[in-house]
Each structure stands twice: as structure tokens, then as C-alpha cells.
Design a protein around this ligand. Structure first.
Ligand code: ZN
Length: 156
């Protein structure tokens, strides 16, 4: 009590993942990507629109007792390209990394063109070239249609 500084204090987690520097307002989508809903029994802390020196504002999500898969990290990179991932074990950060948007994306999302061969009943895995990172734009390798942020967000 008393003498608390002005810095933002958030309870530390013992084990799990802290996703920091999420683009403001995108924390909900990150949770959706991770399949975390109000019915999940995962313990999370959730901060939105925290002041950030680097980006003005940011969202932060802390997830207890869970580490993320490569596929989850790739999906997060699509909506929060500046996110950093801190893996926490026994209250210590044991690994710190940034999400990374690769040049090519395979199989993570669908093409926005309903007539695309990847949306037909053919066993064709969608492939995209990342033509812009912020805002995100993916060009389909088959039909060349650009899939943008809104169309991606509607898939998560
Ligand atoms: Zn396509």
C-alpha cells in the first residue's frame, strides 16, 4: 500500500505465455485464433489499449499454463505483426521471440475468392504470397485474388 508508482502493474504468471505488443483492439482476435472462449477453463489476463512507447497503444494477453504452436504463432502474425511472445516458466521469461510473417503462407487461411480451386472440393492446399504486412494482404498463388485483413479476420 502507498507509494505505488505510476507504472502499469499486472500480476505475474508462474507458467505460460505473454503475448505483448498486439496491435490495439486485436486481443479478441488473438484469443479467437487460440480457440479461447468464455467456456474455456484457461486462465487469461487481458489488457487493451495500454500506452506503448513504440506503437502508441497496444494490447497484451497473458495465458497461464499454455505455450503456443508454430501454427498459432503464424496466425497471430497475420493480425498482429508486431507481437512479441514471452514464454514464462517458474515466473521467469525463458524465451522471448517475435512473431514472424513468412513470405509465403500455406494452408493457414482460405482464399477469399469463392471460385478459387482451393475452395472447390479439390484437395488443393491454399498458398499465398504476403504482398503487404500492415495492413495484411495475401495474394493467392492459384487465382491471384488478394485477400485482405477484413476477409482474414472473418475466418478467425
Ligand atoms: Zn485463390
Amino acid at each position: 500500500m502507498g507509494g505505488a508508482g505510476k507504472e502499469l502493474r499486472v500480476s505475474k504468471i508462474a507458467n505460460g505465455t505473454v503475448i505483448d505488443h498486439i496491435s490495439p483492439g486485436k486481443a479478441w482476435i488473438v484469443l479467437r485464433i487460440l480457440g479461447i472462449t468464455e467456456r474455456s477453463d484457461v486462465v487469461i489476463s487481458f489488457l487493451m489499449n495500454v500506452p506503448s512507447k513504440k506503437y502508441g497503444k497496444k494490447d497484451v494477453v497473458k495465458i497461464e499454463n499454455r505455450e503456443l504452436t508454430e501454427e498459432e504463432l503464424n496466425k497471430i502474425a497475420l493480425v498482429a505483426p508486431d507481437a512479441t511472445i514471452n514464454i514464462i516458466r517458474n515466473f521467469e521469461i525463458v524465451e522471448k521471440r517475435r512473431v514472424e510473417l513468412p513470405e509465403f503462407i500455406e494452408g493457414v487461411v482460405k482464399c477469399s475468392n469463392p471460385g478459387c480451386i482451393t475452395n472447390a472440393s479439390e484437395p488443393v492446399v491454399p498458398k499465398f504470397r504476403v504482398v503487404s504486412k500492415a495492413p495484411i494482404a495475401l495474394r493467392c498463388a492459384y487465382c491471384e485474388r488478394i485477400t485482405g485483413e477484413e476477409e482474414l479476420l472473418s475466418q478467425f
